[in-house]
Design a protein. Structure first.
Length: 278
C-alpha cells in the first residue's frame, strides 16, 4: 500500500521490531559504587557487569578488586566520575560527603543511597538494586537466601540465654560499640548482651575499670591479637572472660552485606561455647 515490494515490507517490519525491542530493553545503567558495602550489594544484585568504578577497599567479590577507584576516606574524585558517565551512583550518607553528590545529582545522575540500618535492609536493597539490571532473578535468589538464613538464626536464638559480652574495637584508645552501632545487631541476634549497650555514643571510648565492673562473660575482637594493655589487666575480669576471647572477621562484622550473617554465625557459635561453660 506504500508502494513497497514484499522484500521492502519485510525490511520495514524487521526494522520496527528491532527498534521496539531496543526500546523495551534499554541498555542497563552504568554504575559507580562509593562504599565497599554498596559494591558488595551491587554484585549480590547481579549488577557486577555494570560496575565501572568503585571506592577504595571494595575488595569483595574478587572481581571488584579490578575496578577503578574513584573515592576513599579523603573524598570523591568528582571530575573522574563525571568522565566515566555513570547513570547510577550507589552512595552512603555515613561515609560520603554530601556536596559532591549534590553536584552529581544536578548533572542528572541518579544517586541511590544504601544506608543500611537493620539486617532486613540488606535483602531489601538487593531486591531494589536488581531492578536496575537485566537479571533481577539473581537479586531475588540472593535476597531470598539471606532472608532464609536470617530467619533460621532468629528462630534458633530468640529464646537463648543472654550472655554479657564486651566488643573490643580498638586497644589504644580502648573503644567499643554501643547498641547504636551496626555490629551490635549481630550480637543481639545471637543472644549477646552488650555491657555498654546504654552508651549514648555509637562507638564510645571506655576504660578498663569500666569493663571490669560491668563483668562481661566473654570478649570479642577483630584485630590480630588482644592489645598488651588488655593482657596486663585481664586477670581482674570474671573467670569466664579470662578464658573466652573470640576473634571475628572485621569485614563480615562491620559491612552491612550478606556476609554479615557469616559474622553472626561466628558470634552465635562463640556464645554457645560460653553458655556450655556456665
Amino acid at each position: 500500500m506504500l508502494g513497497l515490494s514484499p522484500r521492502g515490507v519485510g525490511l520495514l517490519v524487521a526494522a520496527f521490531l528491532f527498534t521496539t525491542a531496543a526500546y523495551a530493553h534499554p541498555a542497563p545503567p552504568r554504575v559507580i559504587s562509593l562504599a565497599p558495602h554498596a559494591t558488595e550489594l551491587a554484585y549480590a544484585a547481579g549488577l557486577g557487569e555494570q560496575l565501572v568504578a568503585a571506592s577504595a577497599y571494595s575488595d569483595y567479590p574478587d572481581e571488584a578488586k579490578t575496578l577503578e577507584r574513584v573515592s576513599n576516606y579523603r573524598g570523591i574524585k568528582l571530575e573522574r566520575i563525571v568522565a566515566l558517565k555513570p547513570d547510577l551512583i550507589l552512595a552512603w550518607r555515613g561515609g560520603n560527603p554530601p556536596k559532591p553528590l549534590e553536584k552529581l545529582a544536578k548533572l542528572g545522575i541518579e544517586i541511590r543511597y544504601l544506608d543500611v540500618e537493620k539486617l532486613d535492609d540488606i535483602s531489601r536493597f538487593i531486591r531494589e538494586l536488581g531492578r536496575y539490571g537485566r537479571h533481577p532473578e539473581v537479586a531475588k535468589k540472593n535476597a531470598a537466601a539471606f532472608d532464609q538464613k536470617l530467619h533460621a538464626l532468629h528462630t534458633r536464638y530468640q529464646d537463648a540465654t543472654s550472655v554479657p559480652y564486651f566488643y573490643l574495637l580498638s586497644g589504644a584508645p580502648l573503644m567499643t560499640a554501643s547498641d547504636h552501632a551496626w555490629p551490635s545487631q549481630l550480637f543481639r541476634l545471637c543472644g549477646g548482651e552488650n555491657i555498654f549497650a546504654d552508651s549514648p555514643a555509637a562507638y564510645p571510648q571506655v576504660n578498663m575499670e569500666q569493663v571490669i565492673t560491668r563483668k562481661p562473660h566473654t570478649v570479642f575482637y577483630t584485630g590480630g591479637e588482644l592489645p598488651a594493655s588488655w593482657q596486663s589487666m585481664k586477670d581482674l575480669l570474671p573467670s569466664l572472660a579470662q578464658h573466652y576471647a573470640f576473634q571475628l572477621n572485621p569485614d563480615w562484622l562491620t559491612r552491612a552485606t550478606p556476609r554479615a550473617l557469616q559474622a553472626a554465625t561466628q558470634i552465635c557459635e562463640a556464645l554457645d561455647t560460653v553458655r556450655r561453660a556456665t
